[in-house]
Ligand binder design. Structure first.
Ligand code: SF4
Ligand code: SF4
Ligand code: SF4
Length: 326
């Protein structure tokens, strides 16, 4: 092949690669599963009793976090390999009034939000994090987990935790009480934390019904008495009567990062309760869109190379025909 032809073909191939329409487009967010289940945490109902924390540990066979000299309590202050659900406290000033931003205090639950379009599932290279298409529950499968900890980085809520205190540690997170061996949801039961919550602050149900209940609460008059359902919204136990607080008009998880199956409402702004600022677009939808584009882009040099090979072969044949040097 003559040098000029080689350059022409190479430049042509590169130009084809560069001119091809390469756009990094995000795929749309995933939609909530038709039969998605979840929980509604109403911060204004939470009294900080931590019955949900203790019950979560009991059903997941996890030990309490101990502090020397105070062995009678679980001192878990954040999620860890031993704590899948924790109640955190917001406090301002002297913390005199419950559910007040100024000089007040409020409780906030931390556990897996069971994202509708989960980042942890999207980045897992070995399908150890799985999204149940029917219930929307995100479960972790240690038998195929390679311990890369991508899920820990991809979660906007810092939920997956690694058991650093064990020789053969695993990733741990709330699996909505539905992992192999527990399967409360598959058996028609509610989550353990919702079952023991005395006030209905943690309420179990279908995502659709919980979202409707949250919207109903947003529309209630401050100060009126409302009968708050407890336990399972589809079959609630005796209601908890309480005056309606001055709710923030924001249902956390309705839209954040594509939505979550565990939703929160509160009377204190969510940034004060430590929730991250998130776009409505899920990170998974953007990342998977870019990934697909990159793969198509990587195909273009291969196409250009195929073109070069074709030109080389054609010229070799022509040279042979002309009886040139072999
Ligand atoms: S059991 Fe209910 S009231 Fe008690 S800490 Fe948990 S969410 Fe709050
Ligand atoms: S909150 Fe984090 S761990 Fe839970 S489903 Fe969403 S991304 Fe995954
Ligand atoms: S759903 Fe189950 S695992 Fe998740 S926080 Fe509640 S009790 Fe713990």
């Amino acid at each position: 092949m003559k040098r000029r032809e080689f350059l022409k073909a190479a430049i042509g191939g590169s130009a084809a690669a560069l001119c091809a329409p390469v756009t990094a487009e995000a795929r749309p967010n995933l939609e909530p599963a038709e039969e998605a289940v979840g929980m509604l945490f109403d911060s204004t109902l939470c009294i900080g009793c931590k019955a949900c924390v203790a019950k979560c540990k009991e059903v997941n066979s996890m030990p309490p976090v101990r502090v020397k000299g105070k062995e009678q309590w679980d001192w878990a202050r954040d999620l860890s390999g031993d704590t899948l659900n924790v109640i955190k406290v917001y406090k301002d000033g002297k913390g005199e009034m419950k559910d007040r931003e100024t000089n007040g205090f409020a409780f906030e639950k931390r556990s897996c939000m069971h994202c509708v379009d989960p980042g942890c599932v999207s980045v897992c290279p070995n399908t150890a994090m799985r999204h149940d298409k029917r219930t929307g529950i995100i479960t972790h499968h240690p038998e195929v987990c390679i311990g890369c900890r991508n899920c820990m980085v991809a979660c906007p809520y810092n939920v997956p935790q690694f058991e650093f205190n064990k020789v053969f540690g695993e990733i741990r997170k709330c699996q909505m009480c539905n992992q192999a061996g527990l399967e409360r949801i598959d058996k028609g039961q509610m989550t353990a934390c919702a079952e023991v919550c005395p006030t209905g602050a943690t309420l179990f149900g279908s995502r659709k019904a919980l979202l409707a209940e949250a919207k109903r609460r947003m529309g209630l008059m401050e100060g009126e008495i409302y009968e708050y359902p407890r336990g399972d919204l589809a079959n609630p136990s005796s209601p908890h009567e309480k005056k309606v607080p001055d709710y923030e008009q924001h249902i956390w998880g309705e839209k954040e990062a594509g939505g979550t199956n565990v939703m929160h409402i509160a009377a204190v702004p969510f940034d004060k309760l430590g929730m991250p600022e998130l776009d409505e677009r899920s990170a998974a939808s953007i990342a998977e869109g870019v990934q697909e584009t990159l793969y198509s882009y990587l195909a273009l040099p291969a196409i250009a190379l195929a073109g070069l090979v074709y030109v080389v072969r054609r010229n070799s044949v022509e040279d042979d025909d002309e009886g040139g040097p072999s």
